[in-house]
Design a protein around this ligand. Structure first.
Ligand SMILES: Cc1cc2nc3c(=O)[nH]c(=O)nc-3n(C[C@H](O)[C@H](O)[C@H](O)COP(=O)(O)O)c2cc1C
Length: 167
């Protein structure tokens, strides 16, 4: 399997813990982790990509993702396999839960990626989100504020599902 690149942004640090857990379930595989605050230049060189963003504002990307969004939109994702992870709070921000996933999804889809790792909405309690299409989350939705006990199993199952789909 070719190298996997994990690209994440964080403001208050919760997503760092999520990335650690993702790394745990990728152990034994070749991967690199990139904080998008340091740029996304490596993204073009990788074929297997995991994108991770918490949601801020009302359904918006995290600030460091915002800063690279124009550059991100110019990447050709043809031939790339992409999985998306959203971190949010479905009770405090239940009308825009993990909305940032959609901002990432729309770009990679338009630019030719094969998107993997759609997940069931079962077990979540949000009111509204842009990140559900045809009754499925467009990636892995996590909520460390209210359902952190679910997170390890959710990550484990998601990684097991997408691992065989990578190039
Ligand atoms: C100002 C503010 C706005 C937020 N807006 C949303 C939102 O629209 N949807 C959502 O699911 N979570 C929202 N959240 C919750 C964060 O996404 C959540 O706390 C996340 O775990 C933060 O990750 P980080 O510590 O890696 O930055 C918001 C949090 C703050 C402080």
């Amino acid at each position: 399997m070719k190298k996997i690149g994990i690209f994440y942004g964080t403001t208050s640090g919760i997503t760092v813990g999520i990335v650690d857990e993702i790394e745990f379930y990728l152990r034994g595989l070749d991967y690199d982790v990139f904080d998008v605050a340091d740029g996304i230049t490596e993204m073009s060189n990788l074929e297997n990509i995991i994108l991770v963003s918490p949601t801020y504002g009302v359904g918006e990307l995290q600030k460091d993702w915002e800063n690279v969004y124009e550059e991100f939109k110019n990447i050709d994702f043809t031939g790339k396999i992409v999985g998306i992870v959203g971190v949010g709070n479905q009770f405090a921000f239940g009308e825009s839960y993990v909305g940032a996933m959609r901002k990432l999804y729309d770009v990679v889809k338009k630019n030719g990626a094969k998107i993997v790792g759609y997940t069931s909405i079962e077990g979540y309690k949000y009111e509204e989100t842009e990140s559900v299409i045809d009754n499925m989350f467009i990636g892995l939705a996590l909520d460390e504020s209210n359902q952190d006990n679910e997170t390890p199993d959710r990550i484990k199952a998601w990684i097991e599902e997408i691992k065989p789909l990578f190039n």
